[in-house]
Design a protein around this ligand. Structure first.
Ligand code: HEC
Ligand code: HEC
Ligand code: HEC
Length: 438
């Protein structure tokens, strides 16, 4: 891929690039009178499903005014201003220019955009949805604010190379429904692959940053230092393991629906980290859309009986025998857990508190191959719950040093994921995750 990419990139940088699309004439704003209230509402929902504001809003900044830093393996890419300001935003963009950016990753002036912007997914959207999205964005308040310029190191600063990348990896076809499948399934796949861009985080990427295809589809990727677990199980046993998906209990369609709708599934736990804003966005979609997503995701794995999943959950909830662990050198971790965590996370009892009570034995973060997600939660807690009612969790980065974090995480792993191998080098993993926290 690298060599071919280089050659194609070279060819692309010699051929004429894409043309610039003429701006809307000054004063002639996009024709708002053509847009119905229903269309604007649909556009608002798509913008939320597409997380536009999650990436296009700087911390504490004006919505969609850009300036959010996306850390990629190739350097920092700054999101742009997508409010309808004519100079610093997309106020002068015609629908044609907007749709080209969303489907082909080419800005109005003909510049190639980096695929950190998930146009690779947004291309699947229908024209009707794209038009609603444009209408909604253009009807929002204009904010004059220039986003910081993205300056990647050579050769990535040559935006023309992205033409070669697109040639290799990007398919700009709109979603084509599968006539063999139900309307619900097709709706789910359309949302997952298109506006929802679930693969941007849940599909692993190749060395050039493109989502892998085939069996790698939704098989587990990464986002902002977190692991985005696999959404596909290779086999769903009635035993404690749900195949490659990493979830200790197999996901049923109903559990997926509850997780995506409320941010919590009693058999799995909560949506935290980069998944929290995704769930917060889905909360604005009609229930039928979230049901369609759950239906489609469930169809990717072997069917799971609700009773079998409930049985697996009950068997996992309390974890391994705690007495046996004390003789194995986990006393410190156990003491920390009892003192700092059990009050909110014990399988039963404990003092009453607001919010949910995720059980360690059911949490993917605890049975996952890498400890990073658990360490992120231990360091930072959860101060922005995916939905109201989940409650908050305090962070412990100032209470525990790396050695203590390692003892705590090591204990949680041994107790609550007893059939998984122990995590290695937890102390340095803790130091690494600590360095990523702000
Ligand atoms: C994962 C983060 C992410 C998400 C989600 C995202 N964008 Fe972006 N977008 C970016 C980045 C980063 C850029 C700048 C890319 C570059 O400079 O090459 C960008 C660029 C753009 C541009 C080009 C603007 C210009 O001035 O060149 C448009 C238009 C755009 N995004 C619209 C949207 C819309 C609409 C949505 C929601 C449906 C959305 N984006 C969701 C990250 C994102
Ligand atoms: C910005 C990155 C990102 C996007 C986009 C994203 N996810 Fe996630 N997802 C994550 C991360 C990170 C986790 C782990 C969260 C945790 O441990 O609390 C996760 C967890 C999940 C889980 C729980 C998996 C498990 O075994 O615990 C499901 C189900 C899920 N996501 C579905 C989806 C669907 C469906 C979409 C698209 C509508 C989506 N995600 C889009 C990052 C993302
Ligand atoms: C004050 C109550 C409280 C305490 C103390 C607490 N937690 Fe939590 N924890 C929560 C709540 C509430 C959530 C779910 C929050 C949400 O999603 O908004 C949570 C979520 C979690 C999750 C799930 C994260 C995910 O990505 O799925 C893990 C793991 C966790 N806590 C571990 C711990 C550990 C280990 C400790 C002790 C060091 C601890 N918690 C202390 C309340 C608490």
């Amino acid at each position: 891929g690298g060599v071919a990419g280089g050659l194609i990139g070279l060819a692309c940088s010699m051929l004429p690039g894409p043309a610039s699309i003429a701006p809307l004439p000054a004063g002639a704003n996009a024709d708002a009178s053509a847009w119905s209230a229903a269309m604007l509402e649909r556009g608002r929902q798509i913008a939320i499903a597409g997380d536009c504001a999650v990436c296009h809003t700087a911390p504490g900044g004006a919505t969609n005014a850009g300036g959010f830093a996306l850390e990629t393996p190739f350097g920092t890419v700054w999101s742009t201003n997508i409010t309808p300001d004519r100079e610093t935003g997309i106020g002068a963009w015609t629908y044609e220019a907007f749709a080209r950016a969303m489907r082909q990753g080419i800005a109005r002036d003909g510049r190639h955009l980096y695929p950190a912007f998930p146009y690779t997914s947004f291309a699947r959207m229908s024209d009707a949805d794209m038009m609603s999205l444009y209408a909604w964005l253009m009807s929002q308040p204009a904010v004059k604010q220039a986003a910081p310029e993205t300056k990647l190191p050579f050769p990535m600063n040559q935006r023309r190379l992205v033409a070669g990348w697109n040639w290799l990896f990007h398919d700009d076809a709109q979603y084509a429904p599968d006539p063999q499948r139900s309307a619900l399934w097709n709706r789910g796949k359309y949302l997952v692959d298109g506006a929802g861009h679930c693969g941007a985080c849940h599909t692993p990427r190749n060395a050039l940053g493109a989502e892998k295809g085939g069996f790698a589809y939704l098989a587990g990727g990464s986002a902002e230092g977190w692991d985005a677990p696999s959404l596909v199980a290779t086999h769903a046993g009635t035993n404690s393991k749900a195949g490659k998906s990493g979830a200790p209990v197999p996901w049923t369609e109903d559990a997926l629906f509850a997780y995506l709708r409320t941010g919590f599934s009693p058999e799995h736990g909560v949506a935290a980290g980069p998944m929290a804003p995704v769930v917060a966005g889905l909360a604005d979609l009609p229930e039928s859309d979230v049901r369609a997503i759950a239906h489609y995701i469930a169809s990717l794995s072997p069917p799971v009986e609700a009773a079998a999943a409930a049985h697996a959950a009950a068997a996992r909830a309390s974890g391994a025998n705690a007495d046996a662990l004390t003789t194995l050198g986990f006393q410190n971790g156990q003491r920390m857990f009892e003192a700092a965590c059990a009050v909110c996370h014990a399988a039963s009892g404990g003092v009453g508190h607001f919010g949910v009570r995720p059980l360690m034995g059911l949490n993917t973060s605890v049975s996952h191959a890498s400890p990073d997600n658990l360490l992120h939660v231990l360091m930072n807690g959860i101060d922005q719950p995916a939905t109201e009612g989940l409650g908050y969790m305090p962070g412990f980065k100032d209470s525990f040093d790396d050695r203590q974090m390692a003892e705590l995480a090591g204990y949680i792993r041994a107790r609550y994921a007893p059939d998984e191998p122990a995590w290695r080098d937890l102390e340095s993993a803790s130091a690494r995750v600590r360095a990523q926290t702000h």
